[in-house]
Design a protein around this ligand. Structure first.
Ligand code: PLP
Length: 848
């Protein structure tokens, strides 16, 4: 029913021994026509673009299948160490072009289609984004899959196959409306293989009976069985014939319950059961960096962890005799705390299913698991009520309890009498299970995602854990796949780079540094500017078509695209625009560099303030875009439904990259890296990876402003901040703040009351008022520099040239070597050269 294996028709494949990259244009064309006819039962001329896309994707999947089979059979022989990346989100975006590029057949495909009068781009646009993630965290997981395959390491993703991905955002009357993201309209996903034979059962509820005659055994009874069916999405490596797997689990009913119904048992309860089970993987929770203690979410987390670990252990036992080999042959990574139940679940499997004793099981568990922390925001820290955990997962709760008792005892021995310390580190405290504590205790490695973030973990948020086990803590700065975000998203720039320094940069992204000498070459800088102009025209065309707004392509395209969140400070950007607008209204002849302010991002449906921020941006846009008096010098746009595909359109067309989070709050950011790699100049705070971007590109090639993380943390710790003082001492700022509520906007005077109150009554938690003046000054500097084409282009170039370090190939190589201790060699060049490291992460640079 769900399967699409009937689309597979081997006779339509090119010759059996044909490697995908050797396929000719003619062969591709023939195979495509054959696939169209076999799949749809009609000739090419009668098929829609959607049908053409489906056939093309199916053909590409056939080609990948061959490599998948070879990769798997090779690994069955060689048994390389396998890493499993557990993540509740994978924000994949579209895969057709990525797969074509990775197979090395993009051009062949484009030529073959054009012989048939078809434009590849049209078919690419038919694909729905797979939006199985909220934002940065899920996109990071997707970038890592791409890099793991590119490097050729055996690294797989484990996630959930949500029936509905992140909601589709519509803006109506300036407000966000949420529509279900029905990405599986066709019932199946073109890239996946449904594998019902590899299903496993996950248990919820019931009770645990302890049997103590002879060896103690824990018998789980009266539980609800949910069947987890895997859907495997192949992940093709870049031109290396390697294919890894992203395994997405879907919840299905246990057929034995069906039988009860057929045999005349209580059908209503069966229907209720069916409904309950199927809703388990129905939706992705649309929260970003905000924790919500919903029981369904806890069920999802355990479902992911239990299904993944059971299937990992099954395949481990197929290939290995002794459990003691586990940490040498398998690494399981916990991406943020959502899969932290991997700790007790692996313990459960080792003890209850494999018969190990506690100490041996614990030793293997800790050596197998590693954990990445993604945020220091207090509202994001997951804590589950003990009662909920105990009721839903009785055996797992018993194990967590035991882990907690042993952990606290160990702490007591080391810090006798230090109750406060032990309490702050306990896994169970105040009747809640602290997931981060569980993940730290149960992993051999804990990492932050940017230098400054790791320092904050060590010195502040997790200081007690760091003091206890300093060796566990390490940093791995995030990265992005340059194959999607440069090679594919910005083909003209990629071509220019290849013409200039040769093609090796795709394999060795740090080679981009060879572009730096061209900073003196005005001809080269002209070309760079032309490419940016081309990308801006493309975006302007899209904006005209979709929003009927004409934007000036000579203006600065200034983009602020990311989830809407108070700490990301979209409102600070708005306040700068309001101030600029006020200045223009005072003096319409003011000589400013024209600007197009572009916003995009989704707000969590229950996040009142963030939703009001969207309304604020749209209200401002209406006012400014319709004010003839300012002569089109500034425009403001909110582009709806920000997702991966929109990012791929906006980022290559941007001149300025807004990365203006309150210092210390953004763990790393990855949007910042995508912009840098596409030659946009950052205007930002010294937060997250912005610091490393500054180090890499050079302080002259970024616009930095605002409080430092240390200053912010000191205010949080010791107080001393007074928003009113700043408000009263800066008349321009006062005007802007007043305009939120004084009728300046043609809306209900209470429309933006929340923002006003956040700034004054609640003392401006994110320091917008404090950073306003330095932000405005940085914006002025940016505009002045932009006037000088060559200085500006040189800045762009230096950003591109030093962005190689931010490739997720480098990030992943660090994980592979330092954390997962993979046995396959990771070439040193993947990790960039030592001097690259020194430049980006100066030895004694302490940021807080
Ligand atoms: C990269 C990306 C993000 C993360 O952006 P930040 O600026 O790092 O918050 C979020 N959403 C999408 C669609 C992305 O591509």
């Amino acid at each position: 029913m769900h399967t699409n294996s009937n689309l597979y028709c081997p006779e339509n494949l090119p010759a059996q021994n044909m490697k995908p990259e050797n396929i000719t244009v003619t062969e591709f064309k023939e195979a495509f026509i054959a696939k169209i006819e076999a799949m749809h039962g009609k000739p090419l001329s009668q098929t829609s673009d959607r049908e053409k896309f489906q056939a093309l994707a199916a053909l590409v999947r056939d080609l990948i299948s061959k490599n998948l089979i070879t990769t798997n059979s090779q690994r069955a022989k060689e048994h390389p160490k396998q890493v499993y990346y557990l993540s509740i989100e994978f924000l994949l975006g579209r895969l057709l072009e990525t797969n074509l590029v990775n197979l090395g057949i993009r051009d062949t495909c484009a030529k073959a289609l054009s012989l048939l009068g078809i434009e590849l781009g049209t078919l690419i646009d038919q694909e729905e984004d797979a939006g199985l993630g909220n934002g940065g965290l899920g996109r990071l997981a997707a970038c890592y899959l791409d890099s793991m395959a590119a490097i050729g390491l055996a690294g797989h993703g484990c996630g959930l196959r949500y029936r509905y991905g992140l909601f589709e955002q519509r803006i109506i009357g300036g407000y966000q409306h949420e529509l279900p993201d029905n990405w599986l309209k066709d019932r199946s996903y073109v890239w996946e293989y449904r594998r019902p034979d590899e299903k496993v059962a996950v248990r919820f509820g019931g009770a645990v009976r302890v049997q103590t005659n002879g060896k103690t055994r824990f018998i789980h009874e009266n539980y609800e069985r949910v069947i987890a069916v895997p859907y495997d999405v192949p992940v093709a490596g870049y031109k290396n014939e390697i294919v890894n797997t992203l395994r997405l689990w879907s919840a299905e009913v246990d057929v034995s319950h069906h039988n009860c119904c057929i045999h005349g048992n209580d059908c209503n309860s069966v229907i209720g059961y069916k409904h309950g089970v199927e809703s388990l993987t129905d939706i992705l929770y649309p929260n970003d960096t905000h924790y919500e203690g919903k029981v369904l979410r806890l069920k999802q987390q355990y479902f992911l962890v239990s299904a993944s670990l059971q299937s990992i252990m099954k395949s481990f036992r197929l290939h290995h005799h002794s459990l003691s080999e586990l940490p040498d042959t398998i690494a399981v990574h916990i991406n943020d705390t959502h899969p932290a139940l991997a700790v007790p679940e692996l313990m459960r499997i080792l003890i209850d299913d494999c018969g190990l004793g506690w100490d041996d099981a614990w030793d293997l568990t800790v050596r197998t698991l590693s954990y990445t922390n993604h945020t220091v925001l207090p509202e994001a820290l997951e804590k589950w009520p003990v009662g909920m955990m105990e009721h839903l997962l009785p055996r797992i709760y018993m194990i967590i309890n035991e882990i907690n008792e042993r952990y606290c005892r160990q702490l007591w021995d080391k810090f006798p009498g230090d109750w406060d310390r032990i309490r702050s580190m306990a896994i169970i405290a105040d009747n809640q299970v602290h997931m981060a504590h569980l993940a730290i205790a149960g992993s051999h490695s804990v990492n932050g995602v940017a230098e400054i973030h790791t320092q904050i973990l060590k010195k502040s948020v997790m200081n007690n854990f760091y003091t206890h086990t300093p060796g566990k803590f390490t940093n791995v700065t995030n990265g992005i796949t340059h194959r999607r975000w440069l090679l594919t998203a910005n083909p003209m720039l990629a071509d220019l780079i290849t013409e200039t320094i040769g093609p090796d940069w795709v394999e060795y992204p740090c080679n981009l540094a060879q572009l730096a000498p061209y900073a003196k070459d005005t001809g080269f800088l002209d070309t760079l500017a032309n490419i940016k102009m081309h990308n801006k025209l493309k975006l302007a065309k899209y904006i005209k078509a979709k929003y009927n707004v004409v934007v000036d392509v000579k203006s600065i395209f200034d983009s602020h695209i990311k989830r809407i969140h108070a700490y990301k400070r979209q409102t600070l950007n708005v306040m700068h625009i309001m101030d600029l607008y006020n200045r223009l209204r005072e003096n319409p002849n003011l000589d400013i560099v024209p600007r197009t302010f572009i916003f995009g991002g989704k707000a969590a449906p229950g996040y009142y303030r963030a939703k009001k921020t969207i309304k604020l941006i749209n209200t401002l846009a209406d006012k400014i875009n319709n004010d003839k008096s300012i002569k089109d010098k500034i425009k403001v746009l909110f582009l709806e439904n920000y997702n991966v595909s929109h990012a791929e359109l906006i980022i290559p067309a941007s001149d300025a990259s807004e990365q203006i989070s309150t210092a210390s709050r953004e763990a790393s950011g990855t949007g910042n890296m995508k912009f840098m790699m596409n030659g946009a100049v950052t205007i930002g705070t010294l937060d997250g990876a912005n610091i490393e971007i500054r180090n890499a590109a050079g302080a002259d090639n970024i616009f930095v402003f605002g409080l430092s993380a240390e200053e912010v943390l000191n205010y949080y710790r010791y107080g001393g901040y007074n928003a009113w003082d700043i408000y009263n001492s800066d008349p321009r700022l006062k005007t802007v703040v007043d305009q939120l509520v004084n009728g300046f906007f043609p809306v209900d005077p209470d429309e933006f009351r929340t923002h006003h109150e956040a700034l004054l009554r609640h003392n401006d938690e994110y320091f917008l008022l404090k950073d306003f003046a330095s932000y405005v000054a940085a914006q002025c500097r940016l505009a002045e520099v932009y006037r000088d084409k060559y200085i500006w282009q040189k800045m762009c170039l230096m950003n591109i040239a030093h962005s190689g370090w931010f490739s997720s190939d480098r990030t992943f190589s660090e994980y592979a070597v330092d954390i997962w201790e993979m046995d396959q060699p990771v070439p040193i060049w993947r990790r960039c050269q030592p001097e690259d490291y020194e430049r980006v992460m100066p030895e004694h640079d302490a940021y807080i």
